[in-house]
Design a binder for this molecule. Structure first.
Ligand SMILES: [Fe+2]
Length: 340
């Protein structure tokens, strides 16, 4: 009877004193992903391993500021965030540490993780084109580069350049074409805007359905969310819009990831690595991707039936770390060309 009693007392103490005094059987996660997207897999991890997960959800910028100000005293062991731009910023800020794990490296293709192991992509999304089925034929669409062509003047909807998703897309074009050509492209796309950037990705897709523009640039899962929405008007909007994966004859569609890294301050490093390994494994990958209509990074994990309905496509295999490295340059270019 002695051992269970002691365990209970320890758990109670940890609960009362907060995550700062976490035992070896806990892992503290700062997460910028919405709760409902990660709770189920975290619970699964706990039931498999007995390791308790303490989740602190907050916005990306908030979590980074918090990690910086807490420094070595931070209770966080793992940072989970969307978009490689945020993962890269966390690395540059010094709040992550490199991790080597044969299991994680086996699960996640090299282009979806930091080459030095500071962070790992855990789910993938493509940033692609959405077109009005009654006004655009898919055969008219081809590449990201083509969006700067004058024939699209007044026809493109895309959100503000303050979105890391757009920054990562332009960072991609910088990596492929160099900064001058990337800037000319951004300028051309601005000229083709149907309206001043407003709203999020979902709003760009519904604007196409409403006839405000003919093409939108958005992340794949927003389309999935509309298609599977509980609201009939959102499902109807999605039905008017087609999905198009650009650059299929060449390098493939622009990919981005949501991912995780072990914090520099981690007191529970082993548990942190076990958690990331679990999230990269077959069981979690399917669930993790499916809940938000994303693509698993583990090649053998299957996509949801809804995502499978978009058809197979070629995703670019440039290392997504490049997108983080070119982020600051992308922001400057957006500024110069007036993509607000
Ligand atoms: Fe998003």
């Amino acid at each position: 009877m002695h051992a269970p009693l002691r365990l209970t007392a320890l758990a109670l103490a940890a609960a009362l004193l907060g995550p700062g005094l976490a035992s070896a059987q806990e892992v503290n996660v700062y997460s910028a992903r919405k709760d409902h997207l990660i709770k189920p897999v975290l619970n699964e991890f706990t039931s498999k391993t007995g390791i308790k997960v303490n989740l602190l959800p907050a916005g990306e910028d908030q979590l980074l500021e918090r990690l910086k100000s807490e420094g070595a005293n931070s209770p966080a062991d793992v940072l989970i965030t969307t978009d490689v731009a945020h993962l890269h910023k966390a690395r540059v800020a010094g709040v992550l540490q490199p991790t080597a794990s044969a299991e994680i490296e086996r699960n996640i293709p090299a282009h979806f993780r930091d080459p030095q192991g500071y962070w790992f992509g855990l789910s993938a999304r493509a940033r692609v084109l959405f077109y009005a089925k009654d006004r655009v034929k898919p055969a008219e669409l081809s590449t990201y580069e083509d969006l700067a062509d004058p024939r699209w003047k007044g026809r493109i909807c895309v959100r503000s350049s303050s979105s890391s998703y757009n920054q990562s897309l332009l960072a991609n074009l910088i990596a492929v074409h160099g900064p001058d050509k990337a800037e000319a492209w951004a300028k051309g796309v601005v000229t083709n805007f149907a309206r001043k950037p407003q709203g999020g990705d979902r709003d760009q897709i519904t604007a196409v359905a409403a006839g405000q523009c003919d093409i939108a640039i958005a992340n794949t899962y927003y389309y999935g969310n509309l298609q599977s929405s509980a609201k009939a008007e959102e499902r109807d909007a999605a039905a008017k819009v087609g999905i198009f994966f650009p650059n299929q004859q060449g390098r493939g569609a622009h990919m981005n990831v949501a991912g995780a890294g072990v914090t520099a301050s981690a007191k529970n490093k082993d548990a942190a690595v076990r958690l990331i390994a679990f999230l990269s494994g077959p069981e979690a990958q399917k669930a993790f991707a499916e809940v938000n209509s994303e693509f698993p990074v583990l090649p053998s994990a299957s996509v949801s039936p809804l995502v499978a309905g978009w058809g197979r496509f070629k995703g670019e295999e440039i290392n997504v770390a490049m997108l983080g490295e070119n982020n600051a340059n992308a922001v400057r270019i957006f500024d110069r060309v007036g993509w607000r």
